[in-house]
Design a protein around this ligand. Structure first.
Ligand code: ATP
Ligand code: MG
Length: 419
């Protein structure tokens, strides 16, 4: 039996970098007042169709959707924002405290062509802020990403930012875009010609090379912003500059989801080949209302956890896991019984202790202790038990001391905790 295409195991040997990233992210989010939220992996299909958009790649061809036994259409979440909005509305959070900041990490599912940095089950670290429309919040989120990457020792990442405007300025832009597209209709792919009628902005996100060529010189949202959006974007840029956050304005950035308004961004890297986006985010001021809640500004980002770890793997050579503090070489049944209890007691006391119950020889067990990279070995052989004193060996200095059975646990605790 093998994992299915695009799905993979993350083994203990690989997990340390994941834990390091997650711990740093949690510390950072917590320091900035973000609270953890956990949302279901399965939701009604309509939630994603309505929020991400019917004509997006995700909804058109990437979602894992199936009929439940009662006929409900369900989908494995392809992203977190829609579900977090649903939770915000469902629990009427806006009524008690409209300003909320959340983070979460977990798996997402998209049926894309698997390749390095692109999986069908992948992981995201996600942050969302509700109830604040100030440009400073946009900056805070981009600053947070920047800070996290710095703490992880990653350089060479750039924030590409753009403003997509709002319902006020979008129509004027859409008209200009449609005029532009109409004149190049014969050069666009079939999907794009269909998108022109339903969702012209999506055409800008088409990955087909001929479409990309035809789109050279297409109108850009930033050139059609209303005064309020213009102001908002200006504050974002000047504030980020003041903070020393490295960014560049990318007029062609549109993002693959329909709900974005105003600021949208992507953090890109050059070290992952074709998969250049490590994180993406943006404002979605209309989404909470669209999903049935009150008019609430909101904004968020998602980090591609798998891709982030892949960059880190390139930088950090794999290191051996830390070995146990103590390995008990137990020879014979009475010694094994003693070893079992000692292991439980010492592990409970915070001294990482291991043993082996397979009845192997002294030589084999010493070899195993060495392989595990144990700091100390406690030898409990028949001779030692008979003399009521076990041997504690420091694996580095090779020094050995004899420890009386009486008060054994306490003595080991003191010895190992002091070293
Ligand atoms: P891409 O342009 O690479 O397809 P996206 O715009 O579809 O990314 P988002 O929906 O913004 O991605 O998700 C945020 C982040 O999640 C991305 O920047 C990327 O790092 C990561 N991501 C998205 N899809 C995948 C995938 N299939 N496998 C691994 N990571 C992914
Ligand atoms: Mg994608």
């Amino acid at each position: 039996m093998q994992t299915i295409r695009g799905f993979r195991d993350i083994l203990p040997e690989q997990i340390r970098l994941w834990q390091k990233v997650e711990n740093l992210a949690v510390d950072l989010f917590t320091a900035f007042g973000y609270e953890e939220i956990r949302i279901p992996i399965l939701e009604k299909t309509g939630l994603f169709a309505r929020s991400i958009g019917e004509t997006t790649d995700i909804v058109e061809k990437e979602m894992y959707t199936f009929d439940d036994r009662n006929g409900d259409k369900l989908t494995l979440r392809p992203e977190a924002t829609a579900s977090i909005c649903r939770a915000y509305i469902q629990h009427k959070m806006y009524a008690t405290e409209p300003v909320r900041k959340f983070y979460m990490t977990g798996p997402m599912f998209r049926r894309e062509r698997p390749q390095k940095g692109r999986y069908r089950q992948f992981y995201q670290i996600d942050a969302e802020v509700f109830g604040l429309d100030a440009a400073y919040v946009d900056c805070e989120l981009i600053f947070l990403l920047n800070e996290l990457f710095q703490r992880l020792g990653l350089s060479g990442l750039t924030a590409h930012i753009n403003s997509l405007g709002c319902p006020e300025c979008r129509p004027r832009f859409t008209r200009a875009l449609l005029d532009f597209l109409e004149a190049r209709k014969q050069d666009l792919c079939d999907i794009c010609t269909r998108r022109m009628d339903r969702n012209p902005l999506r055409v800008l996100d088409c990955k087909v090379q001929t479409c990309q060529t035809a789109l050279t010189g297409a109108p850009a949202t930033v050139d059609y912003l209303c005064p309020a959006c213009e102001d908002h974007f200006k504050t974002v840029k000047t504030t980020l500059e003041k903070q020393g956050v490295d960014f560049s304005v990318d007029k062609s950035l549109v993002r693959g989801l329909d709900y974005y308004t105003r600021t949208a961004w992507e953090i890109q890297t050059t070290s992952l080949g074709a998969q250049s986006a490590v994180a993406g985010g943006g404002r979605y001021d209309g989404l909470v209302k669209e999903l049935g809640g009150p008019d609430t500004p909101a904004i968020g980002f998602a980090i591609g956890f798998d891709r982030l770890v892949e960059i880190m793997e390139q930088l950090t050579p794999a290191s051996a896991p830390p070995g146990p503090d103590l390995f008990i070489v137990a020879l014979g049944d009475p010694a094994m019984e003693l070893a079992y209890h000692l292991c439980c007691d010492l592990n409970q006391a915070g001294i990482r202790t291991d043993t082996d119950f397979r009845g192997k020889s002294l030589k084999a067990l010493m070899k195993r202790a060495d392989k595990l990279n144990a700091r100390y070995v406690l030898i409990a052989g028949q001779a030692e038990l008979a003399e009521n004193a076990l041997i504690l060996r420091n694996m580095q200095t090779k020094e050995q001391v004899s420890i009386p059975m009486d008060g054994l646990r306490r003595k080991i605790e003191t010895l190992l905790k002091n070293k």
